[in-house]
Every structure is written in structure tokens, then in C-alpha cells.
Design a protein around this ligand. Structure first.
Ligand code: ADP
Length: 244
């Protein structure tokens, strides 16, 4: 479903991604862990083309972008629709209600009929447990509720893959569980997901595979029970010892 080959990203002199190769099968949940600054967010943002890779090829669901050549804007727009992104700080429109936030993409980007988009948005808000909050503005919702709106909004675009960039890092501890539950439900439904997170429990319980990144490369990739109990690489072991 996803194939990344030879992905590089440089910000000025700083080389942040140094040749990432990664494949993710349809329906799998991959959790990306690693020290701050190792390039996890940048890799996700490259998959969504929020950052333009310096070089490398990214393929999702048979669509491919090769960044060693000039990539036409229209290819980027259609490629971007393959992924739904959930951000650390929710990125909701503050002047729109939960319902309007979820409807916005389908209506504005996809040109969907408003009634259809509204019905779908209502269903999605119910799915994330916010059926009764559809007319609330972001400021009237808790962080956990806002993030669940963020997930519903990404799902409304019917992406092939969901990308989560530290979705619970900005939340008070008591609100983390409700967001992780929605993510686990999605995983159980067979959604293909890449999740950057510090929630090791989520990684243990929901990931098919865990990827450990350090200094712009994938150091180790393995099933969660192996990564957490018997990592192959010294760098992985050191990182896990530090955080656990
Ligand atoms: P992680 O998600 O693993 O913490 P990031 O991908 O956020 O790592 O960042 C990797 C490195 O790239 C960091 O050194 C960060 O400062 C740098 N970086 C990220 N985005 C930018 C940017 N837009 N401009 C310059 N440097 C950036």
C-alpha cells in the first residue's frame, strides 16, 4: 500500500532524512518511535507532501511521486488526498463548528454536495463519540474532543492511509485514552495507519510493527513484542531504556 524508497529531506544545510526505505502493507498499523529530532514528523509530512522531499520516491495505492524530478502540482494535489493527517495541535478551524470542520474538506476540496457531506460528517462525529457535539466550536470542546474532531475530519476525505503526528502529545493525561480508543477502533476496522507517538502502550497493543528512527534513518523495524523485549540494535535498546 505504501512504499518509500531512498527518501531524503534537507532543510538548508541540515539533512533530516537520510535515505528512508519503508513499506507498509494494506490494513497494517505502523508506529514510529525515536528521539526528538530524529525526523519522524518530517517523514510523515513528506508522505502527505506538506514537505517536499529533496529526493526519493513515494508510492501509495499505486500512485507514485518521484522527487528526483520536477513533480507537477496537480499530481501532488491528487496524491495528498490519499492520506489523512492528524496533527498534534488538532489544526481545527476555530470559527467553524465541529460539523463544519468535518464537512469543509469534502465540500471545498472534493466539491461534494453539502447535504451528503453533512450526513457523512454526522456519521463520522458519531463514530468518534461526538454525535452530541456537532454544533460546538473548538473552543467549547476539550482537547480530546477536538482531536477526535480532527480524526473525523481526516476520515471525511476517505483517505487510503491515516497519518497521525503525535496525536496525544498536547493532551492532558486523562484525555489521552479517549483518542487512543478511537485510533484502536480504526485500526481494528482495517485502516492502514502510520502513527508517530510516544505512547508505548498504544504501540504494544495496536501496532503490527514498530519502527525505531534515529538521526534520519530507520534503525530497526520489528513486531512490538520483539522491539520492546529484545531489540536487535543497541541504539533502540538505549532509547527504550531512557524512556521506560
Ligand atoms: P521528530 O519528529 O523526530 O522530533 P522532526 O522531523 O520534527 O523530528 O525534526 C527533525 C529535524 O528537522 C529537527 O532538527 C528539526 O529542527 C528540523 N526541522 C523540522 N522542520 C524544519 C523546518 N521546517 N525547517 C528547518 N528545520 C526543520
Amino acid at each position: 500500500m505504501i512504499r518509500i524508497s531512498g527518501l531524503y529531506k534537507q532543510f538548508g544545510q541540515l539533512e533530516v532524512l537520510k535515505g528512508i526505505d519503508l513499506e507498509v502493507e494494506k490494513g497494517k498499523v505502523v508506529v514510529v518511535i525515536g528521539p526528538s529530532g530524529s525526523g519522524k514528523t518530517t517523514m510523515l509530512r513528506c508522505l502527505n507532501v506538506l514537505e517536499t522531499p529533496t529526493k526519493g520516491v513515494i508510492s501509495i495505492s499505486g500512485q507514485s511521486l518521484d522527487f528526483s524530478k520536477e513533480v507537477p502540482k496537480k499530481n501532488i494535489a491528487s496524491f495528498r488526498r490519499l492520506t489523512g493527517m492528524v496533527f498534534q495541535n488538532y489544526n481545527l478551524f476555530p470559527h467553524k463548528t465541529a460539523l463544519e470542520n468535518v464537512m469543509e474538506g469534502p465540500v471545498v476540496v472534493k466539491g461534494e454536495n453539502k447535504d451528503t457531506a453533512r450526513k457523512k460528517a454526522q456519521t463520522l462525529l458519531e463514530k468518534v463519540g461526538l454525535g452530541d457535539k456537532q454544533d460546538y466550536y473548538p473552543a467549547q470542546l476539550s482537547g480530546g474532543q477536538q482531536q477526535r474532531v480532527g480524526i473525523a475530519r481526516a476520515l471525511a476525505m476517505e483517505p487510503e492511509v491515516m497519518l497521525f503526528d503525535e496525536p496525544t502529545s498536547a493532551l492532558d493525561p486523562e484525555l489521552v485514552g479517549e483518542v487512543l480508543k478511537v485510533m484502536k477502533d480504526l485500526a481494528a476496522e482495517g485502516m492502514t495507519m502510520i502513527v508517530v507517538t510516544h505512547e508505548m502502550r498504544f504501540a504494544r497493543e495496536a501496532a503490527d510493527e514498530v519502527i525505531f528512527m534515529d538521526q534520519g534513518v530507520v534503525v530497526e523495524r520489528n513486531k512490538p513484542d520483539v522491539i520492546f523485549t529484545n531489540p536487535k540494535e543497541e541504539r533502540t535498546r538505549k532509547f527504550l531504556n531512557m524512556i521506560q
